[in-house]
Ligand binder design. Structure first.
Ligand code: IVH
Length: 687
């Protein structure tokens, strides 16, 4: 059948557009469309070429795997090509069923044959890498490139602490390990926060940042980026009996010292795959890194060989995708939100867009400078990112869609809520409303914080209700909550007698609290949950805290001069003292205890930091054990840290500890330390 002209033209247009985006992405490191959009175009072209194979040209983007190599990095020929995997985008169980059906057909199995066993794992969103070890020593690291020829990135990959420079145990003559270099979300957020603080451009997303960090000529740049690694496959080997199953291979790689993701299983038939797909989807937001789907692989490697390849995709593996975490939509407007401490935050109002599994209509833009640096304008088509439970963010504008009608955003000089002057401190990134508690927005936010889960935890007293109470002048401070009557609440919009009674009961119940919750609820700037806990422990009672000066406060673990100053200033403000007195008069109470004594126990006087996932203890459990042994747990690694306790997927804290020479413990070593015995340090002498 002749190919219709319209389809010839459509293929050419798709191809040109894909090449343009790929060039911007790989070579210029400046993506022009969200990945999801690229994928859609790619799949459209793939489908077209499947229907009309005559349209498949050798230069089609579907015929290559990665991007063009950077001109400056040396080329590496892959001994075993690095392949891509066929992707199922079906949201339902269909993806797993279709894959299993293809595998069974390929193996000539019929209904009477038993279920095929699969290795199910995560599809990490990073940069594929091939690591070559000869006689146990890392000799070459290469990117995928076009699958045949990659780039030599040995010099930058060497800076990644999680990649062994030398294999553990009995090393084969040659072992090529394939896996993904990625950046954890918390590491990415921290990196961007520090970029913002220094007034520098922020990074687009963890994947891009990881890829950019690897494809550098200067390893010093890579070293400053917190990167992580997971091994998931094999290239060339020599002098080694390769494991018979893929799951066995992953175990063997872990044995050589590679990080292998714990979220994996051997699944029986499609039902096992469907179950894995659903289980991981439910956990996706809670994972510390981005994934864009799951991967299913036939577990028996002899069956993999039997199935072989179609073009450049193995018939024995498939990726099953989840909704994209970046999408494009229109920025309708930028509004100013006033926070509890008066910070004026520009918030993007967006045309509703489905991203990361939810519909998003708002996203943060952080501050004025960030809007300038990203050159985001009202009316722009923007890329929105929502990953994990992080607040959705604007990645940047899609310049190609500008038509000149867009407007630049101007930061107001007064508070949009109370009209007070907005002031911006010299070293500050944000402007703040100077209205203090005169400002209804700040009052509202202060009370929302007071009632929130980690503070007094007043059930049923939601944001909307508090807004109404403040707007109508029924509540001016948190103390006023305690004199609200059922009738007053019931008279409000959308409040029935029953729910009003429930709220009053919840307010009443919240009177019995803890000193820690009370301190946190006050909403002192820079006093989060853990500082509130430290303060409560250290001072034992509220009066001791109210009377503390900067020096006394700095004696508390993790309290530095800035936090101490915020606390002293807060309590020096007569209005705040009045509110505290009113709260006490309203009957809020907690148990007071003796101030913390100098601790005793095997960890007395020691400060530890806990990071990553420990094999059996949760972080809270580990903290409790350390504290029971007289030690303190701090939030960040510094020269004052005595030990870092590091679990699976430890990121920047581990790198920092290593650079400061802070001893690193695994869980077993922590137990030894708690028992007062010797520590078996994890710190490798090779790094
Ligand atoms: S296996 C022959 N396993 O997905 C199969 N790939 O298109 C080769 N990826 O860029 C790949 N997680 O970097 C495999 N658990 C996983 C993966 C994974 C992410 C990436 C890989 C490549 C792409 C495959």
């Amino acid at each position: 059948m002749a190919v219709p002209d319209s389809e010839v033209q459509r293929a050419a247009a798709l191809r040109a557009e894909l090449l343009r985006h790929a060039h911007a992405y790989y070579v210029l490191d400046a993506p022009t469309v969200p990945d999801a959009e690229y994928d859609r175009l790619f799949e459209a072209l793939q489908a077209l070429e499947r229907d009309f194979p005559e349209l498949r040209t050798p230069d089609s983007p579907t015929q290559r795997i990665g991007g063009a190599p950077l001109p400056e990095l040396a080329e590496v020929q892959h001994a075993v090509p690095m392949l891509s995997i066929y992707t199922e985008t079906d949201k339902s169980a269909q993806g797993a069923l279709a894959f299993d059906a293809r595998v069974r057909r390929g193996l000539g199995l019929d209904d009477t044959d038993p279920a095929v066993r699969y290795s199910a794992e995560l599809k990490f969103d990073g940069l594929a890498i091939s690591l070559r070890y000869e006689h146990g020593v890392l000799v070459r690291a290469a990117t995928r490139g076009d699958g045949q020829t990659g780039e030599d990135v040995t010099h930058t990959v060497r800076t990644i602490g999680q990649i062994p420079l030398r294999l553990q145990g009995d090393a084969p003559e040659v072992l090529e390990v394939r896996g993904e270099i990625y950046m954890r979300r918390d590491d990415f957020e921290r990196l961007n926060a520090s970029q913002r603080e220094r007034g520098e451009k922020t990074f687009v997303n963890p994947r891009n940042t990881a890829a950019g960090a690897i494809r550098q000529l200067d390893p010093a740049i890579t070293r400053r980026r917190p990167l992580s690694f997971f091994a998931y496959g094999l290239g060339q080997t020599a002098g080694w009996t390769e494991p018979a199953t893929h799951s066995g291979l992953l175990d063997a790689l872990a044995g050589f010292g590679f990080p292998v993701c714990e979220h994996r299983c051997v699944a029986e038939g499609p039902a096992g795959l469907i179950d894995f797909h659903a289980r991981i989807e439910a956990q996706r937001d809670a994972l510390p890194y981005d994934i864009d789907g799951v991967v299913y692989k036939v577990d028996d490697r002899s069956l993999q060989r039997e199935l072989g390849f179609v073009s450049r995709e193995p018939r024995w593996a498939v990726a099953h995708k989840y909704p994209a975490q970046e999408e494009m939509t229109r920025l309708l407007d930028i509004e100013i939100q006033v926070g509890r401490t008066g910070a004026l935050t520009p918030v993007a109002r967006l045309a509703p867009v489905f991203v990361g599994g939810v519909t998003v209509t708002n996203a943060t833009l952080h501050n004025e400078d960030e809007i300038r640096r990203k050159d985001v304008r009202i009316g722009d088509q923007v890329i929105v990112r929502r990953a994990g439970d992080v607040i959705p963010e604007i990645v940047g504008p899609v310049l190609a869609h500008r038509d000149g009608s867009e407007r630049e955003f101007v930061m107001p000089t007064t508070c949009p809520v109370c009209g007070s002057h907005a002031v911006r401190g010299e070293d500050e990134a944000v402007a703040r409303c100077s209205g203090g508690l005169f400002c209804a927005a700040q009052r509202t936010q202060a009370i929302i914080h007071f009632a929130s889960r980690k503070a007094l935890d007043i059930e049923g007293l939601g944001d909307k209700l508090i807004e109404q109470l403040v707007e109508q002048g029924l509540v001016k401070t948190a103390a006023d909550l305690f004199s609200l009557s059922v009738d007053t609440l019931a008279a409000l919009e959308r409040m029935a007698q029953k729910s009003a009674a429930n709220v009053v009961a919840a307010i009443d119940k919240s009177r019995n609290t803890t000193l820690q919750r009370f301190i946190y609820a006050l909403g002192i700037r820079n006093v989060g949950e853990s500082t509130a806990r430290d303060l409560a422990r250290h001072f034992g009672g509220l009066d001791a805290l109210l009377g503390a000066d900067v020096a006394a406060l700095e004696a508390v673990p993790d309290v530095g001069p800035i936090v101490a100053k915020c606390i002293v200033e807060f309590f020096a403000e007569p209005h705040n003292r009045d509110v505290i007195a009113a709260l006490r008069a309203a009957g809020i109470c907690w148990e007071e205890h003796e101030p913390a004594q100098a601790a005793s126990g095997p960890l007395a006087g020691k400060t530890l930091v806990i990071t990553g996932t420990l094999p059996s203890l949760s972080r809270d459990e580990a903290r409790a054990l350390v504290e029971a042994a007289g030690g303190k747990v701090a939030g960040s690694v510094s020269k004052k840290t005595d030990y870092l306790v590091a679990g699976e997927a430890a990121g920047s804290k581990l790198a920092k500890a290593e650079s400061l020479g802070v001893p690193v413990l695994d869980e077993a070593a922590l137990h030894a330390l708690l028992a007062g015995g010797d520590t078996n340090l994890l710190t490798e002498s090779s790094t």
